[in-house]
Design a protein around this ligand. Structure first.
Ligand SMILES: C[S@@+](CC[C@H](N)C(=O)[O-])C[C@H]1O[C@@H](n2cnc3c(N)ncnc32)[C@H](O)[C@@H]1O
Length: 207
């Protein structure tokens, strides 16, 4: 990883993913989390303020040291104990069925082998456990979708591997989890921003 990915991107991401609209999505996706939770692509800890009171412990998987360090103040103020337990969502150290819930916000776009990461999510969830996701991805409009595919190579280079065109609910369903809720919409903004602003908030369950 280079200077851009390691040092600049976590700061840029922190800023772009802290808008009031996105803070609302964070609160929505974290509702219902409880017990022992794994968060993949923890970033700078922007979900910490909205972890519900019934969460007992959060294990964080985050490859970027700068992002983890940037989360220090939020972690220090957190009621929930948070421990960094891994660096890669594709290879989790956790035992099978260890978690009540797994959380991912704006990380499935970036994890290189997202299918593998989702198989890991399913493996570490207990039966009945749930995967909560808020992610951007594939737009329903052909015109926007075409732009997403056109822009993807540039986005991947500048966005630390971020893809615009991943079909997140389809990928989650493909991992064997049952998608029980999903809302899809564009965030408010100009038409030109639509390749970046189409997203999903959802929940999937391990039967
Ligand atoms: C766009 S940021 C989102 C950060 C955070 N989830 C949020 O909502 O603010 C994507 C995150 O995925 C992390 N990431 C990249 N590759 C990963 C991997 N293989 N496993 C876990 N996380 C990864 C990045 O380091 C980054 O923190």
């Amino acid at each position: 990883m280079g200077y851009w990915t390691d040092r600049v991107l976590p700061r840029l991401t922190e800023r772009t993913l802290s808008t009031p609209d996105i803070r609302r999505l964070r609160a929505e996706v974290c509702a219902g989390l409880h017990g022992r939770v794994l968060e993949i692509g923890f970033g700078t800890g922007l979900n910490i303020p909205v972890y519900p009171a019934v969460v007992d412990q959060v294990d964080a998987v985050e490859p970027t040291d700068v992002a983890w360090e940037m989360s220090a103040r939020r972690r220090a103020g957190s009621r929930v104990p948070i421990e960094r337990t891994g660096l890669d969502g594709e290879r989790l150290a956790a035992a099978d069925g260890q978690y009540d819930a797994v959380l991912s916000t704006f990380s499935l776009c970036t994890i290189p082998d997202v299918e593998r990461a989702l198989r890991e999510v399913r493996r570490v969830l207990r039966p009945g456990g749930s995967f909560h996701f808020a992610e951007h991805g594939l737009a329903p409009d052909r015109r926007v979708e075409r732009w997403q595919h056109r822009l993807d190579p540039l986005q991947r280079r500048l966005g630390g591997g971020c893809h615009l065109s991943r079909d997140i609910p389809g990928l989650v369903a493909g991992s064997g989890l049952d998608v029980v809720e999903v809302a899809a919409a564009y965030l408010p903004g100009p038409l030109v921003s639509r390749p970046w602003t189409h997203g999903f908030v959802g929940r999937a369950v391990k039967r």
